[in-house]
Every structure is written in C-alpha cells, then in structure tokens.
Design a protein around this ligand. Structure first.
Ligand code: SF4
Length: 227
C-alpha cells in the first residue's frame, strides 16, 4: 500500500504535460476507466468500461516523484472519475505529494464527489442537459438527479470550478438549451462555458443565434464559448 491508495488502483492512461486541462497550471492528466453513463458524444468511449490495462499506482507514484518541480498539478479525468471508489484516496495522495489536484467530472456518483472535494483545487464540471432530460443523453434514468445533487455539492463546497456544456444540436435544441440555462440559474450558476462537440477530431461550429445568446445570458450572465 502507498498511503490509502490501493496498489491495485490502475490509471488507464496518462497525458504527461497539459497546459489546457487545469486553468493556469501545467498538469499531468490521469484518465480513470469506468463510467455508468453512455453519452453519444463521449470523448473517450474506450474508457467507459473498466479494463485490466493501464498503470498501477506504485508506478505512477514513482513517475510523479520524478516530475516534482516540473508539474504544478494533476487532473483526474476519465471516463467518469466518480465511478471509482478510490477517487478521494487518489486525490488525497496527489495533494499529499504537493500537487494541486483537478477533476473532470459530470457528477455521476455525487457521494464520491463530496468525499473527494476536500482534496481538490479545481473541478471542470460537465452539465449535459436540463436535469429532467438527462436520460436522453446519458441513456440512464435518474442520471439528472445525480447531476443536480453533484452540482449542488460542488457549489456549496467553495472549491473553484468551471461549469461547462457540450453543444450537440441533435441532442440539445434551442428550447432545451434555454431550459438548461434556467436550471443553472436556479442553482446559482453565474458563469458557463459552452463548447463545441468534436467531430472527427475537429470541433463542430458553434451556431447560436444572437437572440438565443441574449436569452441564455438573461439567465446566466457570464457565458464563454470554447471551440
Ligand atoms: S459521462 Fe463522460 S465519460 Fe461517461 S459516457 Fe458521458 S461523456 Fe463519456
């Protein structure tokens, strides 16, 4: 054992240096396999199921030791990291090694997000649809309830975060996007990032009318666009 992270914990893949995954920090990204949801636009579908591959924690701990002073942070991504029962242990171990810890999550398992938050410095939180319509995207009933709870837990934690949504017109039409903006406003969200869906490795164009953008901003005042 290394601290409280089991030696059996495996990280499916590692991106050694990323300037994009944790605002203002040079970070390594650890991808954990496993996700209970099945979004059609999944960025890493090969990581939806847990496999036996990947790097075991003792090797990663040694890898990190060699990068002290070179990296500011480690981002835990996926898959959906809250699917792992070891998320909070991993975050605590990274923090104990002196790294800032980031998380990319959609909040599928809110209790595990709550357990990890004391060890997190920043969370990129994906909101997929109006909460009542989540199942249409995730393929899982009650996923909207989980996402709603996770969003409240995150916002009440005081941990820095970014709320973001991937725009796929086939899954999220104008009415749904407006309903989502209202949901976010009800949960106190004031800043929202809208990002294009990747198509064949490229971002699809974001095609929102000025009237729609104005209606969205009437609900969530600060909206940023990411291609
Ligand atoms: S929640 Fe994330 S990892 Fe899971 S299926 Fe959806 S996009 Fe993929």
């Amino acid at each position: 054992m290394d601290g409280i992270v089991p030696e059996t914990l495996r990280v499916a893949a590692v991106q050694p240096f990323s300037p994009l995954d944790f605002p203002g920090r040079l970070a390594a990204v650890f991808f954990l396999a496993g996700c209970p949801w099945r979004c059609p636009y999944c960025h890493n579908p090969e990581l939806q199921r847990r496999g036996r591959g990947g790097l075991p924690w003792p090797r990663l701990a040694a890898w990190l030791e060699a990068r002290r002073g070179l990296l500011d942070a480690v981002v835990i991504s996926g898959g959906e990291p809250t699917a792992s029962p070891h998320l909070s242990a991993l975050a605590a171990a990274l923090r104990a090694r002196g790294f800032a810890v980031g998380l990319h999550s959609a909040g599928a398992v809110p209790e595990r997000l709550a357990a990890a938050l004391p060890y997190l410095d920043w969370v990129g939180f994906d909101v997929k649809a109006p909460f009542a319509a989540y199942a249409r995207i995730t393929g899982r009933t009650r996923s909207g309830d989980a996402a709603r709870r996770a969003l409240d837990i995150l916002r009440e934690s005081g941990v820095a975060h970014e709320i973001r949504t991937t725009l796929d017109p086939a899954l999220l039409d104008e009415a749904a996007l407006l309903a989502l903006a209202r949901d976010l406003a009800r949960h106190g969200v004031r800043h929202w990032v809208l990002q294009a869906r990747a198509e064949g490795g490229r971002a699809a164009p974001l095609d929102l009318s000025p009237a729609l953008i104005a209606a969205l901003r009437a609900e969530v005042p600060e909206i940023a666009f990411r291609h």
